[in-house]
Design a protein around this ligand. Structure first.
Ligand SMILES: [Zn+2]
Length: 402
């Protein structure tokens, strides 16, 4: 047995006054006690002057990509060895930033499932979709999972189930990063998406839809998906997320991941966007900063409507979205109107639940995995200390200790 102790603590739902001592046996939490708890004499206690909490969950990552410009698009040309090396590097960056679970929503050749099944001491837990399902020439087609007809879509879902995927990811609209894809319309009709959802649900798999356009959000909701990634609401007249849409999304219990957590300090260093992205921005009358400001306002409205939101990053998609930015995505919720406690809960227990891991991780709770994070200082006084891990434990293995 071992124990970590800190004078401040957050348990996945709320702050624990006076801090906590968390007792760990093997890979499990076996007790959550007060900070002045007297541990058994054979139990070494490591004390940190910080805030002890569950490790963060990034609910949207691409481990196969290092996040450099164009890296995700280049994955299609990499061999397995290079992809596996990228996955190892991405996981190392995640855990160094306090992330103990990632949900990978787009790899190539099912390599993230291989990494998941192989496991590694001190490396984040992986929940994985395998390659995202898309149309011929559609968003992220270079990841190699194209399906167009309903029969092809059903086959794609069955393949993912047989491969052991944890979740199915389908591209319901085009994306900023794939030239020529439809950012305003849909990639699939509702009936086609419903074939995906029904086939997946029959096999116990949840379905997440990538949807930037308002039309794709509506199609995904009508098809009964479990979660929607991005949820931008792009139309010919700009981004539009009506109160009615948000109310229906909340009522359906669909989990929205607005994929924030952008490192804004890098915006000035970014090259001009590719022409297809610039064309969309011009049509919407937006630059990158106004786009992000509107996102923040919309995420605040999601909160007021009671939409379940998880702070995934889309880590690896571009330089602003580095592996390890989960803490920034949590603070973006605070900026959008969440209390600090609500935002931390969304990034720990809430995201773990959305990943199907409610009984596995996400809280300082007896019998859950010993996935722990200690950040420097007092989060109430200095929220950005969330980005300064002093120590990280994954399944009982110490991954970081400063
Ligand atoms: Zn993504």
């Amino acid at each position: 047995m071992q124990a970590w102790r800190a004078p401040r603590a957050f348990d996945g739902d709320r702050f624990l006054p006076g801090g906590a001592t968390v007792l760990v046996e093997g890979d499990r939490i076996v007790g959550v006690e007060s900070a002045d708890f007297t541990a058994p004499s054979d139990c070494p206690v490591t004390s940190y002057d910080g805030t002890l909490m569950p490790g963060l969950v990034d609910a949207h990552v691409h481990l196969v990509s290092d996040g450099s410009l164009g890296a995700l698009e280049r994955v299609g040309a990499l061999d397995e060895e290079a992809i596996d090396a990228a996955i190892v590097q991405s996981l190392a960056a995640q855990v160094a930033a306090g992330v103990t679970t990632v949900r990978d929503l787009g790899d190539r050749g099912y390599r993230t499932l291989v990494a998941r099944d192989r496991g590694a001491a001190g490396s984040p837990r992986i929940v994985a979709s395998g390659p995202p399902v898309t149309t011929p020439g559609g968003h992220c087609h270079f990841l190699g999972a194209v399906a167009e007809t309903e029969d092809e879509l059903r086959s794609a879902v069955i393949e993912r189930h047989e491969r052991g995927a944890d979740v199915v990811k389908v591209m319901a609209s085009g994306g900023f990063l794939t030239p020529g894809t439809d950012m305003v319309g849909v990639q699939y009709a509702v009936t086609a998406l419903r074939a995906v959802v029904d086939t997946a649900h029959d096999r116990g798999l949840p379905v997440l839809a990538h949807a930037h356009s308002l039309a794709a959000i509506e199609a995904a909701l009508a098809a009964g998906v479990d979660g929607i990634e991005h949820f931008t609401g792009v139309t010919e007249d700009g981004a539009q997320l009506s109160d009615d849409l948000l109310a229906r999304t909340a009522a359906a219990g669909v989990v929205v991941d607005p994929t924030m957590g952008n490192d804004m300090s890098l915006v000035a260093t970014m090259p001009p966007p590719p022409p297809q992205v610039q064309a969309i921005m011009d049509r919407l009358g937006m630059d990158m900063l106004t786009f992000f400001a509107q996102r923040s306002a919309d995420v605040g409205r999601m909160h007021r409507h009671g939409v379940r939101v998880v702070p995934g990053v889309d880590a690896g998609a571009m330089p602003l979205k580095a592996h390890g930015n989960a803490w920034l995505a949590v603070l973006d919720l605070v900026a959008a109107g969440w209390t600090l406690e609500e935002a931390l809960a969304a990034g720990t227990a809430g995201a773990a639940e959305a990943c199907g891991l409610r009984t596995v991780t996400g809280r300082l709770q007896r019998d859950l995995a010993a996935d722990l994070l200690v950040v420097d200082g007092d989060l109430h006084a200095a929220p950005r200390s969330l980005g300064s891990p002093l120590a990280v434990m994954v399944r009982g293995d110490t991954a970081v200790s400063r």
